[in-house]
Structures are given as structure tokens and as C-alpha cells.
Design a protein around this ligand. Structure first.
Ligand SMILES: *[C@@H]1O[C@H](CO)[C@@H](O)[C@H](O)[C@H]1NC(C)=O
Ligand SMILES: *[C@@H]1O[C@H](CO)[C@@H](O)[C@H](O)[C@H]1NC(C)=O
Ligand SMILES: *[C@@H]1O[C@H](CO)[C@@H](O)[C@H](O)[C@H]1NC(C)=O
Length: 410
């Protein structure tokens, strides 16, 4: 088991900051956020939401940056910070060509000793930690958006984040706003409902917004690998949800990712990128707050007539409008998901896009909800369609060691 000294140091620094004062925020001038990058000073309003673009060795980061710059409504409100992991020269050149449109930061660390086949995944987790510490601890921004370098964005992505921002601040049971629908293939969504949003228990990532407060909670226990599945673990998630759209506001153009096009050809390339501009800041989105959603959405769905998979298959459904299809076992869920074309992986009992076990899909011009059978109480952790135990044993050992070290130091 290997973990860098820098991880332990940053853990100690963050914890010491926490313990010594609750004043990290009080010290911040409430009119501007002052940041220094490579000796240059910049001022931003306190409501600025930096867009962090995580780059590495793909020159196609230009596709991502072009779309961000094209649709960004304000440079002051949405500074773009491109963070490059490593020293890939061609990519550096591409990023530098954007000059004053963006800020450029580079993380160059010593080569690590992790197992080669997982190396990319270790590097990603480390890169997230490094740049999020910069943005929240050093620069003291209050909120940030994270975009990976293989994503292009919809015209209303910024409106989407601005419109949902008040929900994120107001509702403690929301911990992220994601621009991504895991089941957002064009044949599985209602492209005529681009304003439709949901809560989801399954952390989607892929273009997402978080607060500084959340980062201070997560950073001391940030894992060394597979950070996104770690986010989905019940101990990390603590029953919090994200907002996600019916129609994705990001789309991956793939090409040579760490997962090497695993899902791309089969799945990701069919994700539909929204092309209609929705003025989310003018919409009443209070239906997404927990106290409303938990009652109205869940009750509405559970009151719908049920259909069987064979009725769905044969297209012999009598009702004209929305229906639901019930699953009571993991195999039944997988069978339905497979037939409809939904993503079949399950993490810690959660199917992708599920909220309280409920999934929503637009199948052959009809809304179909996948619902658990009895009254839902919790995800069944034994339902999983991917072994991921190594993630936790790894984090566990690191934590234990850091704890011992911390006790010794004190
Ligand atoms: C800045 O913070 C101080 C103290 O909290 C407050 O009195 C003042 O009104 C704030 N100024 C602005 C512009 O928000
Ligand atoms: C927003 O919608 C909720 C219902 O979800 C309603 O109770 C509330 O009055 C609406 N607010 C406004 C300002 O229209
Ligand atoms: C698990 O999910 C994958 C797709 O992610 C699917 O191809 C496979 O059939 C599933 N496994 C089981 C046991 O159903």
C-alpha cells in the first residue's frame, strides 16, 4: 500500500485549519475573492463559480474549452481554471493558446508506485484532490463546477447551474448538481421536456457542481483511487441526492480515456446533448426540494398503473399515459434494464439515476417508471453488478494509518 507524503501533509493541514479555527470563511473579504496564480493577482466576486477543467494528455481539450467559452455568460462569474496533470507538451500548448480566456495550472508530481494497470485511476483521484484543495482551501471560492476534458456542453449549461444553485444551497440533502443523465440516450428520453429535472441518489458526475463546505467534508477522507464509486458508498453519501436533467447538458466525445472507450462505442456516444435553451433561473424549481419531492414525486409515481415486462415487450399496454413496471429482485431489474437499454450496473444497491429505487425512462413515447416492489426503505447493499471491495479496503488502511500518525503528532 502506497500513499504519498503530500496526502498526509495536506490532511494534517486541513485538519489543523479546521481544529484551530472555524474562521477560514470569516477571513474572506466578502466583496471579492483574491487569487494568485503564477504570481499574478486576480479579483473575483464572491458569487463567482469557477469551472475547473481537468486535463491531462488529450489535445482535444480544445473541444471542451471552445464550447465552454462559447456559452459562458460572464467571465467574472465563471472563471475557467484548466488544471493539467502531468507535462504533456502538446496539450500544454493547446491550453496556453487560450491565453486570458482561462487560468492555467499544472500539477506535476513525482511518478507514483501504484500498480500500472490502475495507474490512471490513481492519478485521477489525486488530480481532483489537488485542484479542489487549490480552489476551495487556497483560493476560497464558495462553489465550483467540475468538467472533464472530454466533455462538450449544452448552450444552457450555465443557466442550468445558476438556476439550480439556490436548491444546492438551501437543501442540505442535496450535495451536487449534475449536468448528466446516465440513461440519456436519445431513444430513452423525452427531448420535448428539456426543462424536466430529477433528484437522483446515484452520483452521476460528468459535469457537476459542489460547494466548498462539501469539499471540506470529503477532502480529509478522499480516496486514492476510484473516487466516483467512493462517492456512491452509503458512508460517503449519507443519503444525499444530486439533481440531474432529463436531457443531458454534457456529452462525452470519448477518445482514449482511462477506461479506454469501454462504454463509449456501446453507450456514451448515443447520449443526447440538449440543444434547446431553457431559462432555468426563471423557473420555479421548488418541486425538487426534498420536502416536496419526496411526497409529490414518489406518490405520483407509486399511484400509476403497473404493467409487466411482456406487456411492454409486446406493446399491449391499454393506458395512454405514464405507467410503472415493478422489480423486486436484482435479476428482474437487470432483465428490465437490459430489455429497455438502460445501464445495467448497480453500485451499493443503486441502479443508475435511481431515486429511492425509482428510475424514469421515456420508452416508445411513453413515460415508464421502474419502481421497487414493496414500500421502499433502503438500497440492498448485496445488489451489485461489479465487485468493488478493493476500493474500501484501500481507503480503510490509509485512514487508519493517518489516524495513528495524527495521534502521534498531537
Ligand atoms: C461584509 O461583511 C460584513 C460583516 O459580516 C457586513 O457588515 C457587510 O455588510 C458585508 N458587506 C457586503 C457588501 O456584503
Ligand atoms: C413554486 O411551486 C410550488 C409548488 O411546487 C408552489 O407551492 C409555489 O407557490 C410556487 N412558487 C411560486 C413563486 O410560484
Ligand atoms: C452487469 O452489467 C453489465 C453492463 O454494465 C452487463 O453487461 C452484465 O450482463 C451485468 N451482469 C449481470 C450478472 O447481469
Amino acid at each position: 500500500m502506497f500513499f504519498p507524503l503530500s496526502d498526509i501533509l495536506s490532511f494534517l493541514v486541513i485538519n489543523t485549519l479546521f481544529l484551530s479555527s472555524s474562521c477560514i470563511c470569516k477571513k474572506v473579504d466578502n466583496k471579492t475573492i483574491k487569487i494568485v496564480i503564477d504570481g499574478e493577482k486576480f479579483d473575483y466576486p464572491t458569487n463567482a463559480i469557477p469551472v475547473i477543467v481537468l486535463a491531462c494528455n488529450r489535445v482535444t481539450v480544445s473541444i471542451c474549452l471552445d464550447s465552454l467559452i462559447k456559452y459562458r455568460p460572464s467571465i467574472a462569474r465563471f472563471p475557467i481554471i484548466v488544471s493539467q496533470d502531468g507535462d504533456h507538451q502538446e496539450t500544454t500548448k493547446v491550453i496556453q493558446s487560450y491565453q486570458n480566456e482561462i487560468h492555467f495550472m499544472k500539477q506535476i508530481l513525482l511518478p507514483s508506485e501504484e500498480k500500472k494497470e490502475y495507474k490512471g485511476y490513481y492519478k485521477i483521484a489525486r488530480h481532483y484532490k489537488w485542484i479542489l484543495n487549490k480552489v476551495f482551501t487556497e483560493f476560497k471560492f464558495n462553489t465550483a463546477i467540475i468538467i472533464e476534458d472530454d466533455l462538450e456542453i449544452a448552450p444552457d449549461l450555465f443557466e442550468y447551474f445558476l438556476g439550480t444553485y439556490p436548491l444546492l444551497i438551501r437543501d442540505p440533502t442535496l450535495w451536487c448538481i449534475s449536468a448528466w443523465n446516465d440513461n440519456g440516450k436519445s431513444n430513452l428520453i423525452d427531448t420535448n421536456s428539456p426543462e424536466l429535472l430529477y433528484r437522483t441518489d446515484f452520483f452521476p458526475g460528468l459535469g457537476w457542481m459542489l460547494t466548498r463546505e462539501l469539499w471540506f467534508e470529503l477532502s480529509p477522507k478522499w480516496p486514492t483511487i476510484y473516487w466516483d464509486d467512493w462517492m456512491r458508498h452509503p458512508q460517503t453519501r449519507k443519503d444525499r441526492a444530486c439533481i440531474r436533467p432529463e436531457v443531458s447538458r454534457t456529452k462525452t466525445f470519448g477518445l482514449n480515456g482511462v477506461s479506454e472507450g469501454l462504454f463509449y462505442d456501446e453507450y456514451l456516444k448515443y447520449i443526447h446533448l440538449n440543444d434547446k435553451f431553457i431559462q432555468f433561473t426563471k423557473l420555479n424549481l421548488t418541486y425538487l426540494l426534498r420536502e416536496n419531492y419526496e411526497i409529490e414525486y414518489v406518490e405520483k409515481v407509486l399511484s400509476l398503473p403497473t404493467v409487466t415486462l411482456s406487456e411492454l415487450k409486446m406493446n399491449t399496454i391499454q393506458q395512454k399515459d405514464a405507467v410503472r413496471i415493478v422489480y423486486d429482485t436484482k435479476d428482474k431489474f437487470l432483465k428490465i434494464a437490459h430489455f429497455i437499454g438502460l445501464m445495467e450496473d448497480i453500485r451499493y444497491g443503486m441502479p443508475r439515476t435511481a431515486y429511492k429505487g425509482i428510475g424514469s425512462v421515456f420508452y416508445k413515447s411513453r413515460r415508464v417508471f421502474l419502481t421497487p416492489s414493496s414500500i421502499w426503505s433502503a438500497y440492498d447493499l448485496t445488489w451489485t453488478n461489479r465487485s468493488s471491495c478493493h476500493i474500501f479496503s484501500d481507503v480503510g488502511v490509509t485512514r487508519l494509518f493517518i489516524l495513528i500518525l495524527f495521534i502521534l503528532v498531537c
